[in-house]
Write a protein that binds this ligand. Sequence first.
Ligand code: ATP
Ligand code: MG
Length: 425
Amino acid sequence: MPIERPRGTNDYGPEEMARRRAVEGILKDVAHRFGFREIATPTIEHLDLFTKKSGPGIIEELYAFKDKSDRDLALRPEFTASIVRFYVAELRNLPKPIKVYSVGNVFRYEEPQKGRYREFTQFNAEIIGAPSLQGDAEVIALAIECLHAVGVKDVRVRVGHIGMLRAFLKLSPEDQGKVLHWLDKRNFPALAQELTRLGLERLESALRQYVELKGGPEVLDKGAKLLQGGGAEGFDYLKALAARLRSYGIEHVTFDLGVVRGLDYYTGMVFEVDSPNLGAEKQVMGGGAYTLAELLGGDPVPQTGFAFGLDRVVLAAEAEGVKLPVPRLDCYVIPIGAPMQAKALEVLVSLRRAGVSADIDLLGRGPSKNLDYANAIRARFAVLAGETELKKGLVAVKDLDSGAQEEMKLDDLIARAKAPQRPKA
Ligand code: ATP
Ligand code: MG
């Protein structure tokens, strides 16, 4: 019996991988343009790192195991905890604010479906040590610019603030975590049960109405009323944030008091971005503000971060028919007749040395089979190395997009292959 890949994991073929790398490359470029620098942390961490800081949501989803020396380890379910650990141990010595990003695979044991896997890729960005308003606005602007640069147009940015709910609930962090978790999942029966256990049934109706508030600044006033004047600072903060975002040229954010976020470490602004074209798993990104370092023995430094689900950004781009800049092989060299093998290899080597991507027939196929292959791998040019042309110091070049064929010097082919390509319509 063939061995199947584990449930919830993916294989990616060359075309799909090229699209994923294209998206990843765009996100990295934008992050660099915003002054973020890349860091990397291990895929495995001590289990404690995640159990210390995350709510029930993530702990249930952890891939945890013992290693051969009986250490409790886990595959990372996200980047933030690792980055905070790294910050407390070393990064805090860097000049502030610290702006970093990471890309890599994360693991969560959950029910797989389209856009929801057990191993998936996140693009994570964090600002550590900037005042909240400035850091939050910069991070939101980065997230929006990332999607814009990928070419995903239909995006909904929803911004909320978890501070108001926390102030209103006045519970121990653990109880707060539970209430917020059920609110996040909109699991109202479980919420009611939890509130009853805490003797807070009277809050149920207000909480349920509160998390449905979504829209312009008017929802902030409605929210304030529901919380009976509690959490006023948070509402004012969101107004100031919206004003700062307008200076970035960002007009279209929706206030959404229902953005609660699954992880219970958020303390301030929280935000999510949806691509409505994706159907059920439409959330391409989630993030917010927190002061996690304290929890891991560091200073109480403000931090704002977000993570894109890279897989979902790729799906969103595909759903909108975005043409991603996927690299193609420039030249496929075809020796015309067996005696031309050595000459054709010389042509190949010259192309490669000149920085042009080039490949050559390895199977000894005839010219027409080779042309089929060149078309099938979507090469740009077929380079026919025939005796007559080579004697004149030329090669015959077939443009596989237009079908046009002409003889030219190798240098001219190199110049043409290296000229910037216009994206195909
Ligand atoms: P959800 O509510 O969809 O489970 P989440 O709140 O758990 O999302 P985060 O922890 O904020 O998600 O992760 C950031 C992003 O990673 C999400 O917005 C989503 O795009 C992506 N993501 C989360 N879980 C998965 C998964 N199982 N497979 C693929 N992408 C995922
Ligand atoms: Mg989740």
